[in-house]
Design a protein around this ligand. Structure first.
Ligand SMILES: Cc1cc2nc3c(=O)[nH]c(=O)nc-3n(C[C@H](O)[C@H](O)[C@H](O)COP(=O)(O)O)c2cc1C
Length: 410
């Protein structure tokens, strides 16, 4: 993924070139090494010094630079890159790249590289929609270049329409996708996320503080890894990750039904295995009676709420795993989550007990107070046979990657 990756970043002469500074900063902060290249026109909009300071790497601007070309620097920039990113890319640069022109250092690197190439265009709407530009884009796509679609909106030139340089977060997400190995190609992946809401009446419910971030991060990472990802989500504020099919549910019963409908579905030809990540904080108990209309309460009285257990989806998956494998014709791996309070021994004890009792392949144990409502998490990955691994506090995206690696291994 991005952390540890070498990214050769080509900045071209668009008015949006100043935004490459933010991009370099974000990529460097994510742990990538960024090697910037500026076209002559790009230097009219942003200085090499700015990008050099932000990247902490020398900036290349000239094909005929005596120092950097002592060891054929432009070929080194092409060869050492894990990905070549052109952001922002002008119409001019796209046109030259489409026909293989190499009359400056940026174009020469693009022609010489065997690394994946990602282009984020930025231009006036008429330039973008011009059929010559579109033909150039199609030509590059056919050669395996991937494009970060430009946004639609107000453009620097005053026009409205498509051509806006994509948001930094969007470009970073696209790179994550390109850089992640396709370990889940041929896999159906079902991820549950968020809380469930168990109604008391039409306006009140029993629920918990889960935000869904862990499950959404897992779905995103699984999609980057080439999986066919279904996210069964309780109510959250989060946006659907790109490439993921989201199934919205409210109650534990609805979540159970959707998970089984997906897991039991016969596989299409290209699928070979399925993974179920039960990251949702399914409410444990629900009101035994649900009122059809809003309950009238007398504030001078106390009331009892009688609760009954909600379906235990993970337990049922573990119990019916042979049936699921036969119906879907897919090998199945079950990954459970156990959020508990207490000291490390108590949390690990509960997690290991659930690993055995629920017949799952991997249990992710974590302290509930360090996970709920937070951007970060700290987890233990418990496998059958006794192996366990601690992952120190990190953002949920990183933790999701570690959980996926463990799920692929077990
Ligand atoms: C103020 C200004 C803004 C420009 N913005 C863009 C732009 O956003 N997108 C684009 O394709 N060209 C833009 N151009 C035109 C390019 O700079 C021009 O085509 C140049 O030759 C591109 O060189 P390069 O592709 O080698 O970087 C702009 C030019 C000027 C003067």
């Amino acid at each position: 993924m991005i952390s540890g990756a070498k990214i050769t970043l080509i900045v071209t002469g668009s008015i949006a070139a100043y935004k490459s500074a933010e991009l370099v900063r974000e990529l460097s902060r994510s742990g990538a090494t960024v090697q910037p290249i500026l076209t002559r026109a790009a230097m009219e909009f942003i200085t090499p010094l700015t990008l050099q300071a932000l990247a902490g790497q020398p900036v290349t601007t000239d094909l005929f630079d005596l120092r950097s070309e002592a060891d054929i620097g432009h070929i080194a920039l092409a060869d050492t890159a894990d990905v070549v990113l052109v952001a922002p890319a002008t119409a001019d640069f796209i046109a030259k790249a489409a026909v293989g022109i190499a009359d400056d250092v940026a174009l020469a690197v693009l022609l010489a590289t065997k690394a994946p190439v990602v282009i984020a265009p930025a231009m006036n709407v008429n330039m973008w929609e011009n059929e010559r530009t579109q033909a150039n884009v199609e030509r590059l796509r056919a050669q395996g270049v991937s494009f970060v679609e430009p946004g639609v909106g107000e453009l620097a030139c005053g026009w409205q329409g498509a051509g806006r340089f994509a948001e930094t977060a969007h470009i970073v997400e696209h790179l994550q996708d390109v850089l992640t190995p396709n370990d889940l190609a041929g896999s159906r992946v079902i991820v549950t996320a968020g809380p469930t809401r168990e109604p008391i009446d039409p306006v009140r419910f029993v629920s918990n503080r889960s935000t869904g971030r862990m499950g959404y991060a897992l779905a995103r990472v699984c999609s980057w890894s080439g999986g066919e990802v279904h996210l069964v989500s309780g109510p959250t504020e989060l946006a659907a990750p790109a490439g993921v099919k989201v199934h919205h549910v409210q109650t534990a019963e609805e979540m159970r039904n959707k998970v089984f409908e997906l897991a039991l579905a016969p596989a299409t030809e290209q699928l070979r295995s399925q993974f179920v990540f039960m990251a949702a904080a399914v409410t444990d108990h629900r009101p035994a009676q649900v009122a059809e209309t809003k309950l009238k309460h007398d504030k001078t009285k106390s009331y009892d709420l009688h609760l009954e257990p909600c379906p235990d989806i993970l337990e049922e998956l573990g119990r019916r795993r042979t049936e699921i494998a036969e119906a879907s014709k897919l090998r199945i791996k079950l990954i459970g989550f156990s959020a508990e309070v207490g000291d490390e021994d108590a949390i690990l004890g509960w997690a290991r007990q659930k690993l055995e009792r629920k017949n799952v392949d991997l249990m992710v144990g974590n302290p509930a107070d360090e996970a709920f409502g937070k951007e970060t998490n700290r987890v233990w990955l418990l496998e059958r046979g006794g192996r366990q691994e601690e992952v120190a506090t990190a953002d949920k995206q990183y933790i999701a990657g570690r959980i996926l690696r463990a799920a692929l291994r077990v």
